[in-house]
Design a protein around this ligand. Sequence first.
Ligand SMILES: Cc1ncc(COP(=O)(O)O)c(C=O)c1O
Length: 328
Amino acid sequence: MSSELDPNLIVCFNGRNIPLRDAHVGILTHALHYGTGVFEGIRAYWSDAEHQLFLLRPLEHYRRWKQNCGILRIDVPISAEHACDITLELLRRNRFRSSIYVRPLAFKSAERVGVSPDAEDSYAIVALPFGEYLRNDKGLHAGVSSWRRIDDNAIPARAKICGAYVNSALASDDARRSGFDEAILLNESGHVAEGATCNLFMVRDRALITPPVTENILEGITRDCVMTLARREMGLTVIERPIDRSELYVCDELFLTGTAVGIAPVVRVDHRPVRDAAVGPLTATIRQLYFDAALGRLRAYRHWVVPVGSLEQEEEPHAAPLAASHGH
Ligand SMILES: Cc1ncc(COP(=O)(O)O)c(C=O)c1O
């Protein structure tokens, strides 16, 4: 457990709300050895104006989670709607007053050796404080990785499968050690796939271009937000097509998208400036629109956010253990 995390944080583990310090798995857990888990990442942004958190598109995240669990035949015994309710309860019970990252995880939990998974599954939902991912607003220097993005026929690339993140970890570690801020991965066809944990967009001749979902990318929810905002609010043409590596060197603007990263401008790729190495105007506008939507400031996108509210009764913040309100 990270030393920064409060061990009294209330988490949901197999339907029980318990303190983080009591949420354990055994050393022989299948997912720990073979990566047989599926996770999600959901953001809740703190709004100073409304003095509450806003969960961003939680239902879409939980639907993706359940669908992806189906790929690994992991049974999550709660509906996406119920998972949203659990999350709201965790956010209220923990009385967060800052932006939050929610990490749902479902995994093969039988404790035995042998790669073929049993039908024993577990799940957890943890919400933890999570500040801004980007340390500066000046934009990132990304490097094209020598690691290739996993192929759908080896490990399904569209799903957030735990074991698949070895691919992201290798690329990310290499990039950072080589002096880059982020990695960009090519797929086995040599086309641009995405960042280590984020999707990629480039601007060429005022069109917004991103790889299609058949290029071994993760089907990002932030990607969907960006495509929607660009089309509807900015009137941009959005094209899903394969991207060549060298297009990154000649494009007008480049940025990465993801729940953790938000919208991250890339101003240099492989030691080459993107245009004049400054955050591009379309990127800046999309970024502003995205955060306005995430904070519930755009009426037309208010359906993307769920206001978290607060607990009505005055209770101790981490009073433990809580009643099992969502057992299965
Ligand atoms: C490999 C990968 N690609 C893309 C994304 C972006 O997806 P989303 O916008 O749904 O967070 C993520 C983050 O979850 C990711 O891990």
